[in-house]
Design a protein around this ligand. Structure first.
Ligand code: CTP
Length: 413
């Protein structure tokens, strides 16, 4: 349909980038990127109107994002909300990097040439007369077949140093190797400290993407081997101890992911804390500055770290006592999900690990028959006494003790 609209507006329309790459790799794809050889914003407006969608335009870059409420890319899947990025390919928008020879390229060719890797530089024509024709100027299909990640030109990492992290991410995700020349360019870029030029925010965004990948551990190891981790921050290093902790964390995340689809633990919090397990708080704060964390993110990181430390001490003591489940609940229910997962990874002690898993799967969700509303119906004036009563009913339930409301009331008062 995008192609038909292209015809109506008299502009060639292409699907590009990750969408085409994933199509050729037969891996499920969610994002749709379109390039229009003409006015991309006008196309986006018409496309949105046709599908009762919304459009957000970025005039500076001549791009737009269309959000379609009921869209199907794949006929076998039910319609769902779909974001479509629409870019404009016009020769006048391209600034040629100074050191590159000036060559006459068509606008779609130029658009593809500005991209990061050959595997992302493919386009598929969508206009009906040539629907489905693959546009491959730079040997992309060959590189996908050979499973290799290659830049399109030698200034690629100078133009955008985050591409070093993207190379690692794609390489591990698809099990592709990084081409020899591309590897050499990464090493040169690191020697020139090009990552230092990037804002912390951009590095942090790429790191988050990496940590959300299934293979995040291999990504981190590859970044360590290439020297990318220490280029981001000298203290970021995969020591054997950190690696062991991250491996344990990886197993726990897989276990948790199989049990619960949501909420998903925030991996960046977990991995940064695992990396910084032995650092002083000031050292962690220096890293948050380098990575441009927002104040909110910084607060979350520091609070989580403190609550993990506190829970760790309490759990050690709990382990030496009579191990009541109500006490375990008392220690853990203030700790965010990420903290509980990190503690599971940190403790070697099987007994604590098992109890933490019991806490996550059962104890934290335990339901009481009594609620504040019941107490109010009984005419008890609201106040802190409610929490005390409900806590003590919960504790009795967790520890398998019989409890009557009269007894709890007497105790709480
Ligand atoms: N791109 C680029 N340089 C970057 C980021 C992106 O050239 N630093 C280009 C790539 O061609 C990429 C496209 O912009 O295909 C879209 O970027 P993005 O959505 O980040 O990448 P995807 O390839 O869709 O990757 P993912 O599957 O991780 O979403």
């Amino acid at each position: 349909d995008a192609g038909r609209l292209g015809d109506e507006l008299g502009v060639p329309v292409y699907a590009v980038g990750g969408f085409v790459r994933d199509l050729l790799l037969k891996s499920p794809t969610l994002d749709l990127d379109l390039v229009v050889e003409g006015d991309g914003q006008a196309f986006a407006r018409a496309f949105a109107a046709r599908h009762q969608g919304r459009v957000r335009e970025h005039s500076k870059f001549k791009t737009a994002v269309v959000v379609l409420p009921h869209f199907t890319i794949n006929a076998n899947q039910p319609p769902r909300e779909q974001k479509v990025d629409v870019a404009t390919a016009r020769l006048e928008y391209y600034e040629y990097p100074a050191a590159l020879p000036t060559v006459e390229l068509s606008s779609i060719k130029m658009d593809l040439y500005r991209r990061d890797f050959t595997i992302n530089a493919l386009a598929v024509e969508l206009n009906p007369a040539s629907f489905g024709r693959l546009v491959d100027f730079f040997g992309s299909q060959r590189d996908i077949k050979d499973r290799v990640i290659r830049v399109l030109h030698s200034l690629s990492f100078v133009e955008d140093p985050t591409r070093m992290l993207r190379a690692v991410r794609f390489s591990q995700r698809y099990d592709f190797r990084i081409g020899k020349q591309t590897l050499r360019l990464i090493k040169n870029a690191l020697q020139l400290n090009l990552l230092d030029r990037l804002s912390g925010h951009r590095i942090f965004n790429e790191l988050k993407l990496i940590l959300n990948e299934e293979e995040f551990l291999q990504d981190l190891e590859m970044m360590q081997d290439l020297g990318i981790l220490k280029a981001i921050h000298p203290k970021l290093e995969m020591t054997p101890h950190r690696k062991a902790l991250l491996e344990e964390l990886d197993k726990i995340l897989t276990w948790y992911g199989l049990l619960y689809q949501s909420p998903t633990p925030r991996r960046w919090l977990l991995c940064l804390l695992a990396m910084a397990a032995t650092w002083k708080e000031e050292e962690l704060l220096a890293l948050t500055v380098r990575l441009g964390l927002s104040k909110k993110e910084e607060r979350e990181l520091v609070t989580l770290r403190r609550s993990v430390h506190k829970a760790m001490d309490l759990l050690k003591r709990w382990c030496a006592g009579d191990k009541s489940l109500s006490e375990l609940y008392g220690i853990m229910h203030q700790t965010p999900l990420e903290g509980a997962l990190l503690l599971m990874a940190k403790f070697d002690d099987d007994c604590i690990k098992k109890h933490l898993s019991l806490y996550l799967t059962t104890l934290r969700g335990i339901q009481l028959q009594m609620s504040g509303e019941h107490l109010m119906d009984m005419g008890l004036p609201p106040g802190p006494i409610y929490t005390r009563i409900l806590d003590s009913i919960r504790a009795a339930k967790l520890d398998g003790r019989a409890s009557t409301l009269a007894a709890e009331l007497a105790l709480a008062e």
